[in-house]
Design a protein around this ligand. Structure first.
Ligand SMILES: [Zn+2]
Length: 316
């Protein structure tokens, strides 16, 4: 979205607006310490920030759970939110290249500039898959620095929460022991869940699957699934009839029975392919809150693994 000058003036006015004066508290109790304002680009990162930050943080996500993280609809409210943020967590690896840089420029907040303690780029501490040796942006591929959809791998998530803990502790040293304790607790919960998820998917090692976008490669690697085809010819490029014909052929010859889609992808196209291959379209939202009872990272992963295990079990 292009941001108009008038719009920037309105935003500047909103930022400069005085905080309303409220009556002093009646009790002599000391005022509560202000919570850190943590902004995450996507709900999955926001959920991780809540796990680590606990009561010391107030966390907001810019993208809706049902929005494509590559193509988020930039809004005036996002600029205000970023202007007031103490900490920004982004996925990095150009996941948000299409929308975040313009918002940050308008928000003018040094606390969350790249390289500041208040800026966490999740990809910085993560081993990336599919890093291209050469890259031609003209072809439209949106995975220019490698595949940025790594949060569906619980092991890589541990590296991300380590970074979140480190940065939050720099910004709010007083709360550092609490952040460290929260990290330990969340890691233990994640380890228990990972064992459970591995057990659930163990019978389907090597199962062949198709996906709409290249957004399940880390999940497939972690749990030993085999992605045979993507409906998109390149990440971010809509499927052409010629490409879909090739996908259908490959799916048939490999007997692929599931197609994984997210809420913002073209389900109709996936259903057309599914009809011709006798496959099932699986709703697999990677963002907490996209469907009922998936408000945390672990609940979201529970939903993904459960949906997959059920479908692959039925397909046997
Ligand atoms: Zn992508």
């Amino acid at each position: 979205m292009k941001i108009l000058p008038l719009f920037q003036i309105l935003v500047a006015a909103a930022i400069a607006a005085p905080v309303p004066i409220t009556a002093p508290p009646a009790s002599p109790a000391p005022p509560a310490r202000a919570k850190l304002s943590v902004v995450a680009t996507t709900p999955d990162l926001a959920s991780l920030a809540r796990e680590i930050g606990g009561d010391a943080v107030d966390v907001k996500a810019l993208a809706k759970p049902t929005e494509d993280p590559h193509f988020v609809d930039a809004k005036p409210s996002h600029i205000v939110t970023l202007n007031r943020a103490d900490v920004l967590i982004d996925g990095g690896a150009e996941l948000e290249l299409g929308w975040l840089p313009a918002l940050l420029e308008s928000a003018r907040n040094d606390k969350i500039a790249a390289g500041s303690p208040g800026r966490i780029s999740a990809s910085a501490g993560v081993q990336m898959m599919e890093v291209p040796s050469t890259f031609d942006r003209a072809k439209g591929d949106v995975h220019s620095l490698g595949n940025p959809h790594f949060l569906v791998d619980p092991v890589r998530v541990k590296l991300v929460i380590a970074q979140i803990t480190e940065h939050l502790s720099l910004v709010d040293p007083q709360s550092a022991p609490m952040f460290a304790a929260n990290r330990k607790k969340f890691e233990a919960a994640l380890d228990l869940k990972l064992a459970e998820w591995q057990k659930l998917l163990a019978p389907y090692k090597g199962a062949k699957i198709a996906t709409y976008h290249k957004d399940f490669v880390y999940l497939a690697e972690r749990f030993g699934l085999n992605i045979v085809e993507e409906l998109e010819p390149k990440p971010g490029i809509a499927p052409s009839p010629a490409h879909l014909a090739k996908v259908i052929g490959t799916m048939k010859s490999n007997n692929v029975k599931v197609i994984l889609v997210q809420p913002f992808q073209n389900r109709k196209t996936a259903e057309t392919v599914a009809r011709q291959t006798d496959a099932t379209v699986l709703d697999m939202p990677e963002q907490p809150g996209a469907t009922k009872n998936t408000d945390s990272y672990i609940a979201m992963m529970d939903n993904l693994v459960g949906t997959l295990a059920k479908a692959l079990g039925g397909a046997k």
